[in-house]
Every structure is written in C-alpha cells, then in structure tokens.
Design a protein around this ligand. Structure first.
Ligand code: NAP
Length: 285
C-alpha cells in the first residue's frame, strides 16, 4: 500500500486565492487589509518566517508593516508598540513573532494584542473562545490542518485521533478542533510523559505528530491505513524532515502529509485567512 499524499501546496494555493478575492472585495468597498509583524532580535529562523509571511500577505494584496526591534528591547517597549498597532485602523492583524529573546515574556506580549487583531489566535481570549467552540481566529497551524482534512474529505467522526504534543501553538488547539462538535474525533493528547506511546500510535486512525523530533515515528508503528499529519519541521544534515519517517510511513499509512509541502505551507495560508477575517469583522463593526 502506498499512502495518498495530502499536498499542503495544493490546498494552500486554493486558500491564498480565496483570500486574495476577499481582500479585493474589501478594497472595492474602500477598506484595505493590513498585517503587522513585531519581531525582536535576529533569530535567523524567525527572520525567514516573518519574510515569508510578508511575501504571502503582499501577494494577496495586503499592506504589510514590519517592526524589527533590537534583542535588548524592553518588555514595556514591545507592549507599547503593540498597543499603538491595536489603535491603528490600517492594521487588521498583529503577529508577535515567537520566540522572543529569553529576557522577554512572549505570553505577556501576545496578551497585549487586541483579541480582534490576534491573527495567530494565541491570545487567551481567543484560546478561550476556541475551547467554547465559538472562536473565529484559530491558531494557524491546526486551522490549516483542519482545512486540509476537510479538503481531502478525511472522515474524523468517531475516529481515534492521537496527537503527539501539547504545545499552545499546535497540540492543544489541535485537540480542541478535532474533538469539537461536528468534527467528533475521539482525541488522545500525548506528551513527553505519556506511557505506552507505541501502543497509542498503533491504534491511531489519525495521527498528528507535533513534537519536534526528527523522524521519531516509524512506519512500523502505524496502524495500516492511518491518516498521518506531520507537523514537525526539523533541520538535519540531509535537509528538512518531519517528526515522521516519511519513507517507511508512506508504505503503511492511508494518507500522509509530506515535509516540506504539507502542513508548513498551510500555516502561512491560514494566517492570511485569519487576517482577512479580522478585517471583514472590523469592517462590519
Ligand atoms: P514544543 O512547544 O517544543 O512542544 C513539543 C511537544 O511535544 C510538547 O508538548 C512535548 O511534551 C511533546 N514531546 C516532546 N517529545 C515527545 C515525545 N518523545 N513523545 C511525546 N511527546 C513529546 O513544539 P511545537 O511548537 O508544538 O512544535 C512541534 C514541531 O512542529 C516542531 O518541529 C516545530 O518546528 C513544528 N512546527 C511546525 C509548524 C508548521 O507550520 N509546520 C508550526 C509550528 C510548529 P511536554 O509538554 O511534556 O514537554
């Protein structure tokens, strides 16, 4: 058996196209869409992520505001900048690029964003709405995964979804989205203290791997026909790899996301979708 490849590239292209049309519709009514990023320090991976967000946003017709702050910036200065952006009518979405330098508190910086402009969906208010199943701005990576599952008509109802990882960015919101009413997966959230992981992985109908450990899950552990969503992005000597060993998994799984070209591209597309949603909601206020 060779798994069906769930291409994030294909779905992201559809999402980007939808976003560009929604941006154009708002522009027709005289409303521009603006995305602001706030970054501190010179972490090379963060610089790459921020650049790719700006490129994608500009292509979709959005205005971009790039705020690069030095690594020794104070917590008060970051939060002051965020509050200024909160008041700026040209800015619909604000991203504080994480991680911030270690002396700074990323959670506090994110909490200073106006929840209506929190397009990463990481503000406590938006995470609370997500738990209440009423959220509009969901964290971009799990939101992109849900869009892929929908696009490829992957059945979730009643199926066992095992999520490896419980971060606020990926694992926790993924569990909430997969377990929500209407999606109806039976969710198991695993983490570094989980026992019998091998057993859990072997039972999963849907496996989401988000632990940040290169090729940690091997095909021999998977249930035959499982849907494998590989969130991991790990830089190795042989290039970029996921948390799943693709070559062995593809022989056992029923469907699998590749790395690169899977979840990662969907993350940026979902961020754009959140930004235009924030702008639409602002324009009806
Ligand atoms: P994170 O904050 O470091 O969280 C990792 C999670 O994995 C933690 O909950 C940890 O458990 C758990 N874990 C670690 N080792 C484990 C093990 N052996 N077995 C089971 N669970 C284990 O990482 P993250 O931000 O969620 O990111 C995870 C991966 O996804 C990284 O490779 C990251 O680069 C990637 N990522 C990709 C995208 C994308 O767009 N594709 C977006 C975000 C992140 P504890 O809680 O017990 O420590």
């Amino acid at each position: 058996m060779t798994a069906r490849i769930l291409s994030g590239k294909q779905v992201a292209a559809i999402v980007r196209d939808e976003v560009a049309k929604r941006v154009a519709a708002l522009a027709g009514g005289g409303k521009s869409v603006g995305l602001a990023t706030v970054m501190a320090g010179e972490d090379p991976a963060s610089q790459i992520y921020v650049r790719s967000k700006h490129r994608a946003a500009e292509k979709a017709g959005m205005l971009c505001f790039d705020h690069q702050l030095p690594a020794d910036v104070g917590q008060g200065q970051i939060e002051g900048l965020v509050r200024t952006l909160n008041r700026d009518p040209q800015v619909d979405g604000i991203i504080v690029q994480l991680p911030l330098p270690p002396e700074l508190d990323g959670n506090r910086a994110v909490a200073s964003i106006d929840p209506a402009k929190d397009v990463d969906g990481l503000h406590p208010y938006n995470l609370g709405l997500l738990a209440l199943e009423r959220g509009r701005l969901h964290p971009a990576t799990p939101s992109g995964i849900m869009r892929m599952l929908h696009h490829y008509e992957i059945e979730t109802s009643g199926r066992l979804a095992v999520i490896l990882g419980r971060s606020l960015l990926v694992g926790k919101p993924m569990a909430l989205l997969l377990g929500a009413k209407g999606v109806d997966a039976t969710v198991v959230q695993a983490h570094s203290r989980s026992r019998d992981l091998d057993d859990l992985i072997g039972k999963a109908d849907i496996l989401v791997a988000a632990i940040g450990k290169a090729q940690y899950v091997h095909g021999s552990q998977l249930k035959k026909g499982a849907v494998v969503i590989d969130v991991g992005i790990n830089r190795t000597e042989s290039g970029l790899v996921g948390d799943v060993d693709f070559d062995s998994a593809v022989e056992v799984a029923g469907a699998i996301t590749p790395v690169p070209g899977g979840v990662g591209v969907m993350t940026v597309a979902s961020l754009l979708a959140n930004t235009v949603t924030a702008a639409e909601l602002a324009s009806v206020d």
